[in-house]
Design a protein. Structure first.
Length: 275
């Protein structure tokens, strides 16, 4: 996987336009977060706009490269987004048959465990779209070599692209109340991994069970990275990230710095501390 340059940024062509959802922007200055910041008056509007962005980005990547590599996170926040992509007619143009679906991070549990991110994403998207089964890429997290196996799968699938384009197209992240993202937890060993695309993570700061996670190296090489952060429970952490005073080891989400790609936050008013 090569490091991309700024010339690889996607700009939608004239025949790929955003889904027709009006932008509902609040009338206040957004938090001073790195990258671009999109703030919406409520979570529903944020999810609608993000679903439209995914479809537009997917169509443009398919037009340019022949396929679309999408990495999704688990947790409660993005599940309504995934459901929306499946059931709302506004997003029926999503090119699932040309999409490769990756998992950002996984708990080291079997696929039938309710704590498995893949289990829930497959039940919503994999079982109800026409995405080919060989383009669904679960992390086999209970394997001893789960990290190296997933890294090999990524390299094989992306290796068909020309140099500079062999990277993930869209990575959807969340943010925990402790500032973690993916399974990159504060002061955990995976934060130090700079020569791997995927790493195992455990230790006292990692919420059990142990994890398998995409690393900064892989995430930061991606074409578009979107942290989706909703709700008043995240407002204090968003304010801390925006101040810039805490080190990355304490707030791992601050380690997200795209190389030749875009970082775009999707927030609602509540996550910005606004009622």
């Amino acid at each position: 996987m090569t490091e991309p340059g700024n010339q690889n940024r996607i700009e939608p062509s004239s025949d790929v336009r955003p889904i027709g959802i009006e932008k509902d922007e609040p009338a206040f200055e957004p938090p001073g977060l790195p990258g671009e910041v999109e703030v919406f008056n409520d979570a529903d509007v944020a999810l609608d706009r993000l679903a439209g962005e995914i479809v537009v980005h997917a169509l443009e990547c398919v037009r340019r490269f022949g396929d679309f590599h999408l990495a999704l996170s688990g947790g409660g926040t993005p599940m309504p987004l995934y459901e929306r992509l499946m059931i709302d007619p506004a997003y029926r143009r999503m090119p699932w048959r040309k999409t490769h679906l990756w998992i950002v991070d996984e708990r080291r549990v079997p696929f039938d465990d309710d704590r498995s991110n893949y289990k829930h994403i497959k039940e919503i998207i994999g079982d109800h779209s026409d995405i080919p089964s060989n383009q669904l890429h679960p992390i086999e997290a209970t394997r001893d070599d789960a990290d190296t196996a997933y890294e090999s799968a990524l390299q094989e699938a992306l290796g068909w692209r020309e140099k500079g384009q062999d990277r993930l197209d869209f990575v959807l992240l969340g943010m925990g109340p402790d500032g973690h993202t993916a399974s990159l937890f504060p002061n955990s060993r995976a934060l130090e991994v700079d020569d791997r695309l995927v790493a195992l993570n455990d230790g006292p700061t990692v919420v059990p069970p142990d994890r398998v996670t995409m690393t900064y190296k892989l995430i930061n090489a991606s074409r578009l990275i979107v942290p989706l952060v909703l709700g008043a429970g995240k407002a204090e952490m968003i304010a801390r990230v925006a101040t810039g005073h805490d080190p990355v080891h304490d707030l791992p989400i601050k380690g997200i710095h795209p190389i030749g790609g875009r970082l775009c936050w999707y927030l609602d008013r509540a996550a910005c501390g606004r009622d």
